[in-house]
Design a protein. Structure first.
Length: 239
């Protein structure tokens, strides 16, 4: 069956896929009924169903003294897979940082969509080293509108341990909470300057965000970060 082979792509082996499809087709049933529908021995079906239970594809239910095995609805499986993707996106920047650190070579990672950008920002700003400097150049208001309280929480937490310099267009508004937070300095550049791009530099990483395309490029290279820090501070000190 074609769908059985397609399910293998989602972490099931061939027999597990057959058993899940049997449970789904029955709408739930006893191990004996499921084994017959899947054309498998009853004993081996027990083990397979236990594995499917740990993977979230089936669950146990009782009807009187009778044990039934129920299928996870396809929509539930889709949400489970999306949840795993979201969880992986959260740690992706840190995984890339480990790889770049171990190889000693520059590393570039591409992010697309608001969720991935927020996950990357959170990973970069989480637990900064004491006295670390975080530089932000561009319309911070874009991120504030996009991420709301989540961004304010992350930036405010980072500011407790690090110094944050924000260099932004005059027409852009800084989240009010940051104005009351120690360790945050703000300067503005002239209206009319490009405002569809935002850079964040921290801990040897450069995150370059396109505010109109909702994409971001993370460059993990201390040399490149130091060059951008020099340019940032040159502009900062000229005002």
């Amino acid at each position: 069956m074609l769908i059985s082979s397609q399910l293998v792509q989602f972490g099931l082996n061939e027999k597990e896929a057959r058993v899940y499809l049997a449970v789904l087709a029955l709408g739930g049933g006893s191990v004996k009924e499921i084994a017959a529908a899947a054309s498998l021995h009853r004993v081996s079906s027990y083990d397979i169903l236990e594995t499917l239970k740990t993977k979230g594809f089936v669950s146990d239910s009782k009807k009187g003294a009778r044990r039934l095995v129920l299928p996870a609805e396809p929509e539930e499986l889709l949400e489970m897979l999306r949840g795993k993707e979201r969880a992986f996106v959260q740690i992706l920047p840190e995984l890339n940082a480990i790889r770049a650190k171990e190889s000693g070579r520059p590393r570039a990672s591409y992010f697309e969509g608001d969720e991935q950008i927020l996950a990357c920002l959170t990973a970069i700003l989480k637990r900064p080293a004491a006295g670390q400097e975080i530089l932000i150049q561009g319309p911070l208001e874009y991120l504030s509108v996009l991420f709301g309280q989540k961004l304010k929480t992350v930036l405010s937490a980072a500011a407790r341990n690090a110094r944050i310099k924000i260099f932004q267009p005059k027409q852009s508004a800084v989240p009010p909470e940051l104005l009351l937070t120690g360790g945050v300095e703000i300067k503005t550049f002239a209206d009319g300057a490009p405002s569809n791009h935002l850079d964040l530099i921290a801990g040897g990483r450069l995150l370059s965000i396109s505010t109109d395309k909702h994409t971001a490029l993370l460059i993990e290279d201390r040399g490149e970060a130091e060059n951008r820090i020099y340019l940032f501070n040159s502009l900062w000190n000229s005002l």
